[in-house]
Design a protein around this ligand. Sequence first.
Ligand code: CAA
Length: 293
Amino acid sequence: MILVSSSRILRATTKQVSTLNTRGTKLRCFSSLRESYDYVIAEKRDDGVGLLKLNRPKALNALCDALFEDLVHACQALDDDPDIGCLVLTGSTNKAFAAGADIAEMKDRDFATAYKCDMFAGWGQIAKLKKPTIAAVNGFALGGGCELAMMCDIILAGDRAKFGQPEINLGVIPGAGGTQRLVRAIGKSKAMEMVLTGNMIDAEKAERDGLVSKVYPADELVDRAIEMAQQIASKSHMASMMTKEAVNASDEMGLQEGLRLERRFFHSLFATHDQKEGMDAFLSKRQPDFKNS
Ligand code: CAA
């Protein structure tokens, strides 16, 4: 069931969300969602889903620095919110998810500036979120837009979506993961073709090639993404966060190391309430009541 009517935009509070280490020292400290953002519409829904819409429609959601700062802030606030179990990232219109980094903003940057500020390094925060993320891509996902979608855990596409890494047409290369995540998603030859020609692929081919997990009619896409996010958010957050960490670790680890990590996560879940509850609920033929602890 879609719970759009029960959603609410979070009001800003002065409350700080923080994570403590064993000595009580703050490791991270993010504020709650702001009341509003210049370039992102962020919503904490009552169904455990955080919905983020990139909102710079006149520039097809080109990812200027200010947009990305808004996005990272809102994502981290929702990621740290114990009520939220899954995030959905989408565009505010069906025309674009994001048409890439802002070409006008970066055109006159020099090497020293790009290098010293480690341009795009901060974008990687999206891939480091603890809660599962779904990119719901309608329209263009090009350059940094395609890279942003690939930083998410699942990509769903509208039937008119277009994916591409057209940086080669600008005399540069992908700078936020396109040469790395695309290869892992669709294999070397197909990725090489996309980054070397700059050609776009449509949603159907993106699904066939494994970049996208499902394609929906454009107007249904966000509702379907929210339904999937609701389903994910209803599971134990402890288990879904460890699942995400283990799956993503497979990009970085050899098989034996990855299998060991998976087993250790599996073992550690026996320390949680939710493992006892989930297994008891199965055996008692009832729905589990997870506490995310
Ligand atoms: N940066 C800045 N502005 C952009 C933009 C971008 N990446 N993409 C689109 N826009 C702007 C256009 O300049 C235009 O602005 P004006 O109305 O002020 O002229 C507006 O958005 C609408 O765009 P178009 O008129 O071009 O729309 P279209 O429907 O004819 O074409 C498009 C759509 C094919 C997506 C085309 O806009 C396009 O090719 N955009 C650039 C795509 C691109 O090269 N992306 C890669 C950027 S580099 C990068 O992302 C590096 C990285 O790895 C992080």
